[in-house]
Design a protein. Structure first.
Ligand code: XBP
Ligand code: MG
Length: 259
């Protein structure tokens, strides 16, 4: 029976509400700074989130929503420059404390550290953004592997960034647990054969999480229990290493409550 060796955290939407309150706000600041009258509302951003990666999201928006926009410097230079400014504003928001951790994240990470469960992150977000998030909200040194952004050529839902993390950890997927918040994320994790739990957020509530061991509204805290959307948590009211171990040990056929 597999025993839990590592937790692999997704970043945006899982560790923090960094999409709605972070990247989206930062994109809008970069647009204003560049004298563009574009604004991504909470709703618009939800539609754009089906595309992983900030640069890729900009290309998608330009192609679908701004087909008549042709920057003089050329599309690629424009996207790189705008994304760079967005990242600057995003990192500023993090440093100003505008993007808090989601419930239970720090508690679970601290418990994992005391129990010798190894830690990694696996994200489509750019490396400097991920680094700044970990520096401001947690501690990058707690994570043995930081798999991010263009380290993998294909972004989620492709499994590449998870496969890279597993390779760096030198672990088989069956002894790890991925923690995700989105359909793109769980598709990537499952394609890498990782047992996965999902903590939904406002953007992802109605997505398809077929294959998840658990679907929860958050990791929960001792004084703020999670809400269970799918899966068997026994008498647990928050995710701790014990529940994480049970998720890894449950057989695939009994571990798919959403099927
Ligand atoms: C979420 C994403 C990213 C961020 C921004 O990543 O899709 O594209 O929105 O990324 P994950 P950039 O859930 O895998 O952490 O840093 O590239 O702008
Ligand atoms: Mg995510």
């Amino acid at each position: 029976m597999p025993s839990l060796q590592a937790l692999i955290f997704d970043v945006d939407g899982t560790i923090a509400e960094s999409e709605r309150d972070g990247h989206r706000v930062a994109f809008n600041r970069a647009f204003a700074e560049a004298d563009l009258d574009w604004h991504w509302s909470v709703e618009t951003y939800g539609r754009l989130l089906t595309v992983s990666g900030g640069k890729e999201r900009l290309y998608y928006y330009l192609e679908n929503d701004r087909p008549d926009f042709h920057p003089r410097e050329g599309l690629d230079r424009f996207v790189v420059r705008l994304h760079d400014r967005k990242n600057h504003h995003y990192q500023e928001l993090l440093r100003q404390g505008e993007i808090p951790l989601r419930p239970g994240v720090k508690r679970l990470i601290q418990e994992a550290r005391t129990q010798g469960v190894r830690l990694a992150v696996s994200t489509t977000s750019a490396i400097p953004n991920t680094q700044t998030l970990l520096e401001t909200l947690l501690d990058p040194d707690w994570f043995e592997v930081i798999a991010a952004g263009d380290m993998a050529s294909d972004k989620k839902p492709a499994p590449d960034i998870y496969l890279y993390a597993l390779e760096q950890l030198q672990l088989a997927p069956e002894v790890c647990l991925a923690i995700e918040d989105s359909q793109n994320g769980i598709e990537a994790a499952l394609a890498a054969n990782l047992p996965t739990i999902v903590t939904i957020n406002g953007y992802t509530r109605d997505e398809d999480f077929t294959g998840a061991r658990l679907v929860l509204d958050s990791l929960g805290e001792p004084d703020a229990p999670f809400q269970v959307l799918a899966g068997d948590v026994g008498d647990a009211t928050y995710v701790d290493c014990d529940l994480a171990r049970r998720c890894v040990q449950s057989r695939d056929d009994e571990g798919d409550p959403t099927r």
